[in-house]
Design a binder for this molecule. Structure first.
Ligand SMILES: [Zn+2]
Length: 96
C-alpha cells in the first residue's frame, strides 16, 4: 500500500528587488527608487503614466514607467522637454 501524507513545503520563489537601472544609460542604483549612493541623501526621479479605472464592481490600473537616473534626467530628459516648447521644469525646493 502506498501511504500518502500532506506536508508543508516552505521553499518557494518570489520576485525580490535586486537593483535599479537607468533606462537611458544603464547606471545602477542599489536602492529601490533612490539613486543616491549616500545613506543620508535621497535622489528620486519619476517618469510615470498611471491609468486607472474604478467601477462599482472592481477596477484596473496600468502603470507605464521609465527609470531615469538623476544625471540623465538633468542632462537629457530636461533638455529634451525644454527644446519642445521652450518651457522650464517646475522645480520645488524645501529646507528643514
Ligand atoms: Zn542614466
Amino acid at each position: 500500500m502506498k501511504h500518502m501524507k500532506t506536508v508543508l513545503i516552505l521553499e518557494h520563489t518570489e520576485e525580490v528587488f535586486e537593483k535599479l537601472t537607468c533606462d537611458v544609460c544603464g547606471a545602477e542604483s542599489a536602492w529601490d527608487e533612490n539613486w543616491s549612493s549616500k545613506d543620508n541623501e535621497k535622489a528620486l526621479t519619476t517618469v510615470l503614466l498611471e491609468e486607472e479605472e474604478s467601477l462599482p464592481q472592481g477596477g484596473q490600473s496600468t502603470q507605464t514607467q521609465f527609470h531615469i537616473c538623476p544625471s540623465c534626467f538633468k542632462n537629457q530628459l530636461t533638455k529634451w522637454f525644454e527644446e519642445q516648447k521652450k518651457n522650464k521644469a517646475t522645480i520645488t525646493t524645501s529646507v528643514w
